[in-house]
Design a protein. Structure first.
Ligand code: SF4
Length: 215
């Protein structure tokens, strides 16, 4: 399977996920109170946390940047490197602005954003700000359980695609302890991917190892 085929397959999974997610309610009732979906353009709270990705999802974002944002590549790469340096050894960072956000609070790779970003939704903006911007005590956000099911199904479909493609990083996921499937973190793995013209070929050829993406 060619890298382009994997990228196209993952993008199709995204499209299906988005279409199903769009059918979900935009209002819910919590303890007798009707709440509207809080996610709006310009609210960037959820873009201040680590984003989990698989190797294939990194390939999708990289392909989008090379196709649509090539002129901005030096700026994007520099912002990624800067953020990555700030992350140090930390995993699961909160309060760190995603370097793919633009000045207006829009996602520069919106069409190609990872599944974690697509699947995020909240009916409590205050909870998001408290959790990701540290403006208050952490509190549990309200999200749709049906969306979590859709996300889980889409994740499985992506991993199956990567398994079929023989992506080495995925094989390493499989041998990880306790049957868990740890993902990569977006900033680190995309920095690595953009620095390496042969990233996709190495992934497909079994040469990109988990530790390479975590460096
Ligand atoms: S990739 Fe886009 S949607 Fe996801 S955290 Fe970064 S800016 Fe936000």
């Amino acid at each position: 399977m060619a890298a382009e085929t994997v990228i196209a397959a993952i993008r199709r999974i995204y499209e299906q996920f988005d279409a199903l997610a769009e059918t979900l309610p935009k209002e819910i009732t919590v303890e007798g109170e009707v709440r509207a979906l809080a996610c709006k353009v310009g609210c960037t709270a959820c873009c201040h946390q680590s984003v989990n990705v698989t190797a294939g999802q990194v390939m999708v974002v990289k392909a989008y940047i090379l196709r649509h944002l090539k002129g901005d590549l030096p700026k994007i790469a520099s912002r990624l490197r800067h953020t990555r340096k700030g992350l140090g050894e930390t995993m699961g960072a909160v309060g760190v602005r995603c370097p793919l956000l633009d000045q207006e609070g829009g996602c520069t790779v919106y069409e190609a954003r990872p599944l974690s970003c697509r699947a995020f939704n909240s009916f409590d903006r205050g909870a998001c700000e408290a959790s990701f911007l540290g403006q208050d005590e952490k509190r549990q956000s309200v999200t749709l359980s049906k969306l979590l099911t859709l996300r889980s199904d889409a994740t499985k479909a992506i991993l199956q695609t990567e398994l079929a493609a023989g992506i080495a990083a995925f094989r390493q996921h499989r041998i990880n302890a306790e049957g868990q499937i740890p993902n990569f973190e977006l900033v680190r793995s995309l920095t690595t991917a953009l620095q390496d013209d042969d990233f996709e070929q190495k992934c497909m050829g079994g040469q990109v190892l988990l530790q390479d993406l975590k460096r």
